[in-house]
Design a protein around this ligand. Sequence first.
Ligand SMILES: [Zn+2]
Length: 292
Amino acid sequence: MIPEPLLQTRQLGDLTLHAIQAGGQRLDGGAMFGVVPKPLWEKRMPADERNRIQLGMRCLLVEHPAGLVLIDTGAGNKEDEKFLSIYGIENAGADGRTRLEDGIRDAGFAPGDIAIVINTHLHFDHAGGNTYVGPDGKVRPSFPNARYIVKRGEYDYATHPNERTGASYFDRNFMPIVAEHKFEFVVREKEIVKGIRAVPTPGHTPFHQSVLIESKGERAFFLGDLVPTHAHLPLPWIMGYDVEPLVTLETKRRILRQAEDEDWLVVFEHDAEVAWGRVQHDGKAYRLRAEE
Ligand SMILES: [Zn+2]
């Protein structure tokens, strides 16, 4: 199933935000919820006959006076049928590209218009669309006029994989960017353009980052894999994929408290249904607040 809609648009102060659903992905429900027992998680997200749950791969496009900013790039068009089947990826778009490019087009733009790409991290379902393979078989940057921003530590981590981490990192998703000198590495919290800030949120990977967007006193926060779906809002609901789950726990505690205190609009990258919302602690756990 391909999660819909492709494009959801809203204002944040003076900025226009486009949530682009760059495709569907189905992953093992047990792996997605870590130590949470199935009878609990399947009430929130039902599993298919192969125990997989339906996820999305949502990217965020921000219309900013300094240029278009794209956060994460989905899974790209370079993987073969077997790979797509294992991960339940359905992301084919028009013209041999992906639904990300379709969504950018529906928002009124083209890949060449993107000025800045921010990667939360370099896993294949977040950075796979950094590059694309053309009909000639050559892999190129998907956004030829963009600089790509990633944490220096994440890049080092991706290029020195081990037996546990290697299955998520493919050179073809970042080496063509390196070859064209388009990466810009950040080492700590940094304002990329006015009001758009890369914020370290370690745990899923040691150098994972999220993105805080601010305009006219309103704030949005692209969580990335810190809280992949709204079902992951309770603090101990942490993915089995996380390499440092106890670090994720402390990052979630800090970030979700701030999200509630400052009324952030949080954006869920992997949620097949809920693009964004505001969070509230109900005395027991964090959850989505009903929109007024
Ligand atoms: Zn990841």
